[in-house]
Each structure stands twice: as C-alpha cells, then as structure tokens.
Write a protein of this length. Structure first.
Length: 255
C-alpha cells in the first residue's frame, strides 16, 4: 500500500467534515440503544472504508463511508457532500423515526457544524480513508501476549481508531491497567495524523527509552507518538507499535 502522504492541502477540511459526519452515526446509537459501560453504543467498528454503528433494535445499522462521505441506513443512502449537518440530521431522524439525541462533547469549530455544507473533495476524503485503512491493518497486527485486545473501534469524540488492551482487570475501570493503541487523523495538540500508544494509569516514572521510530510525548499526556512523515513503510508502523507497547507494559509491571 502506498502511504497516504504527503498530506493534501485540503486534508483538514476532509478530517473536520468526516468528524462531524461521524457524530450522526454516534447519535443513532445514543438515540436508539441502551448505554453500555464500554461505549459501544456510540462508537463504531471499521470495515472497508466505513464506520459501522451497532445494530439498532430493528437490525439495521447506520454507516458512514469515509471515502465518499455517504451516510447509510439499511439500503438508504445520503451523499453528504454539498449537504448541511442540519439536513443530514433531519434525514437520519426521518429514517429512524425518532428525533436525534447527540452526545455532548467538544467538537472542533468550523462552518460544517455551525451552518455550512460539507465541502471536502473526493481526493482528500480518499486520503483520509487511507489513514484509517492503514491504521486498521496495523492494529490488527498488534497481537501481544497480554490484554483482551478488543477489535479496533472508531471513537467519535476524538475521531481516533484504537484498540484497548486490558493488562489487569478490576470491577472499577479506573483501577484497571491497560494500554491503548491507535491512530488519530490529527487534533488540537498535533495537527497531522499520528499513531500512538498510551498506558493507564500513567506510571509514576514516565520512562522515555529510545524508539526505532517516533518519539515520546510527556506534555499533557504520556505515551509514544509516530507522526505522519516520520515513517516510510507500514512495517515501521508495526515496529513502532510493537516496541512502544513492550516499553509501556514494562512500565506498568514495575508499578
């Protein structure tokens, strides 16, 4: 696979449009499903180039194809390019027969969520989808001998695709230890896409041993980071995730 770099000049538009569109899939779950402690009701799996929501009571699933920004419910589709968030919300509510309830969390400001239409280009959306495809393969290949390693999910809050590996379980999730590994297409801290691995809880000694690629982040949160442009092959992503996971596991085991 050709790496999805360099980033297109309009990549940010595609990222923000898709982030807002993902809230529609999440809203279907928030509206129609019972909340669960793992937040599966509002997050999605990733298949092909699609975000796929949990099955609704009638068996249908809400899907969002990142490569073309098309929202689907069962056999009904709504291409979002040129449409507004308000129109998409009304269409989805009509399909579900219910007024939508959106989760209350921070979203990046921009015209898409406030008043404007989805304007991402086909080319930028295709590049965005390639990042999720790349991440899906890398996360599927991360199979350490520890942790439950649930399948990768896309989380609508930060719009990252990630797997959570539970190292030691406890009835109180805050007392469990785990390692999260994933990819975000960029955020307020790092503008470009990056892979990451981060532990919970943070160890008392935040070690930063040398990594074959990537770096350690210690400002705001602790973990390993591999940014777009810092690797030249998929194998380097695999190496980064494997080595970072190994180092973080050692740190957790020393606690």
């Amino acid at each position: 696979m050709t790496l999805p770099t360099p980033l297109r000049a309009d990549f940010l538009t595609a990222r923000n449009d898709a982030h807002y569109a993902a809230q529609l899939v999440a809203a279907a779950g928030v509206t129609m499903l019972e909340a669960d402690p793992h937040f599966h009701y509002s997050s999605t799996t990733f298949a092909g180039t699609q975000l796929v929501g949990e099955a609704l009571p009638d068996g249908r699933r809400v899907r969002l194809d990142l490569a073309c920004l098309t929202l689907s419910v069962g056999e009904h589709d709504l291409p979002l390019q040129g449409q507004t968030m308000a129109h998409a919300t009304d269409w989805l509510a009509q399909q579900l027969g219910r007024e939508l309830t959106f989760a209350e969390w921070y979203m990046p400001s921009g015209p898409t969520g406030e008043y404007g239409p989805f304007t991402a280009s086909d080319e930028a959306l295709a590049q965005l989808a390639e990042w999720y495809v790349l991440a899906g393969r890398a996360l599927a290949a991360l199979t350490p001998d520890v942790g439950s390693g649930d399948p990768a999910r896309v989380w609508p809050h930060h719009f990252d695709i990630a797997r959570l590996y539970v190292v030691t379980a406890d009835e109180d999730p805050e007392k469990s230890s785990s390692i999260g590994a994933g990819m975000t297409p960029g955020d307020g801290g790092i503008a470009q896409p990056y892979f990451y691995a981060t532990p919970w809880p943070y160890p008392s000694e935040q070690a930063t041993p040398e990594l074959p690629v990537g770096r350690w982040n210690t400002e705001g949160w602790y973990g390993a980071v591999l940014e777009a442009g810092q690797f030249a092959s998929e194998s380097q992503v695999d190496t980064f995730l494997g080595r970072a996971f190994e180092q973080l596991l050692q740190s957790l085991n020393r606690e």
